[in-house]
Design a protein around this ligand. Sequence first.
Ligand code: COA
Ligand code: MG
Length: 290
Amino acid sequence: MPIRPIRPRRSVLYVPAGNEKALAKVATLACDAVIVDLEDSIAPQAKAAAREAMRAFVAGRAAGGPEIVVRINPLSSEWGTEDLLAARAARADAILLPKVEGPRDILEADEALDDTDAPLELCLWAMIETPRAVLNLGALAELARDAAARLSCFVAGTNDLVKETGVRATPDRRYLNAWLSQIVLAARAAGIDALDGVSNDFRDLDAFARECAEGRNMGFDGKTLIHPAQVEPATRAFSPDEDELSEARAIVAAYAAPENAGKGVIQIDGRMVERLHLAQAERVLARAGR
Ligand code: COA
Ligand code: MG
């Protein structure tokens, strides 16, 4: 299993690298992570300029801010390799690979990073947005169990999944859910994070809140976002609530008590608690954020 500190990834905002105003806005936002996008939100003739803007933004980040991820173009495209090397040189926290089809895409990026002696802390995130990616989730999860593969997060690409799989995009996402649940399951098998796809309708915050609640219930760790108005509701929806927090604190405290040292199963207020609940409780506390 990959051993990396648990970082909350509740609210993860896409920012087009070509949008100077949006990049400047990031400093005012309390999102857990930012994905600086070089792919779908950048037109072909603007790719080179966007890459330079990304470089300046990532290199100039302030300490203690959000996790900084760069979504590059596919390595098979004319821009991909240069994007990857630029993100690496600028010291991004992670590189998000679009249109991943299977383990080979991850290994290719991993090798390119190894060639630059990139530290293993530089992670790869994978967009799951094609039918082949969904079919290959088991193999991707197996690969992610090896920390050397750098894979630390699956990101649902819901717009592409709708387009590529032919499901109808109903407001309740009932057909899309068949693909989304597989992404969560694979992430759990791998011990990595899974992020829900974006809500395009950024003015309808009621619908957004419903979608966040649904993503949370499905087991996602957070949601990818397209607009600043979505940051606060997503952070709230994917944070543990007061009841979960106090339960988690009680479990951690109970196992820390000397009389429970070495015990597997214990009881707290008449409820059975096992060591597996301790791991879960620690995860809840880590997810509560900075
Ligand atoms: N990140 C950071 N800031 C953003 C932002 C984003 N994703 N989207 C909007 N903003 C900023 C705007 O620059 C504006 O800033 P200001 O207060 O300094 O004027 C403010 O938030 C309000 O924006 P608004 O006028 O409501 O929206 P817009 O018309 O500027 O932008 C979109 C709408 C959809 C074009 C924009 O939100 C966007 O590009 N989102 C991301 C798209 C993307 O990355 N897609 C690929 C992944 S799916
Ligand atoms: Mg996409």
